[in-house]
Design a protein around this ligand. Structure first.
Ligand code: HEM
Length: 186
């Protein structure tokens, strides 16, 4: 994204590590970062609960509604990212630049793929999906195989997101010490 299209991204020519993402992107990032922590906790916790427990269905419905909410926020984030761009990366080697692009692409795959795979898995289930109080159209059918496939993708993507975020953040903070985390600090 060119600088001309990124008026809200703060630039610092003397020290690129001090460049910051645009405010709306920082706010959206932290909303989108905090909600998935709740999603991961409820997701793993509800898997550990016995079938038929009324509290489990309440939690599953909460998880689904919050997940769809995240999906809408992610779409807003993608729009904001395209509109505002991002500050340039600090100077780094070509392979690091390539690794950064691949990681970023995988994060977007996760941000879109997580809610989508959860929704698709839930659609091939006789219970259907409610978005808070609004029952969504039930277009899928009860199919154990498809459900299993989508929920396996859902689970793998969850681990991929955890690994990417935490390992990446730790690497920048502790090994590279390049201040990259400051760019996304609220
Ligand atoms: C960012 C969004 C989301 C995150 C981070 C997330 C995270 C998780 C995690 C960590 C699990 C446990 C995986 C396992 O151990 O098998 C899970 C399970 C589940 N998620 Fe999500 N989820 C998200 C969105 C959604 C959405 C949008 C839906 C449905 C509309 C959904 C429906 C489910 C269901 C039904 C399960 C239980 C799957 C099973 O029975 O094996 N999730 N989720």
């Amino acid at each position: 994204m060119s600088a001309a299209r990124t008026p809200a991204a703060t630039r610092n020519a003397a020290n690129p590590a001090n460049d910051r993402f645009a405010r709306p992107l920082v706010s959206l990032h932290w909303i989108i970062a905090i909600i998935p922590i709740a999603m991961l906790c409820t997701g793993f916790y509800m898997g550990s609960l016995p079938r038929g427990l009324p509290f489990k269905s309440t939690l599953v419905n909460f998880h689904k509604s919050l997940g769809i909410t995240i999906f809408l926020l992610v779409l807003l984030h993608i729009w904001a990212r395209l509109a505002y761009g991002r500050p340039p990366l600090p100077p780094m080697q070509t392979w690091q630049r390539a690794a950064a692009s691949i990681t970023q692409a995988l994060l977007y795959v996760g941000m879109v793929g997580m809610p989508l795979s959860g929704y698709l898995g839930s659609s091939f289930n006789k219970f259907g999906t409610k978005f808070w109080v609004l029952p969504l159209p039930q277009w899928g059918w009860d199919d154990k195989g498809l459900r299993h496939t989508f929920f396996t993708i859902h689970e793998y993507l969850a681990w991929m997101m955890i690994a990417l975020h935490f390992l990446g953040a730790l690497k920048h903070q502790l090994i590279d010490r390049d201040g990259l985390l400051r760019r996304m600090w609220p």
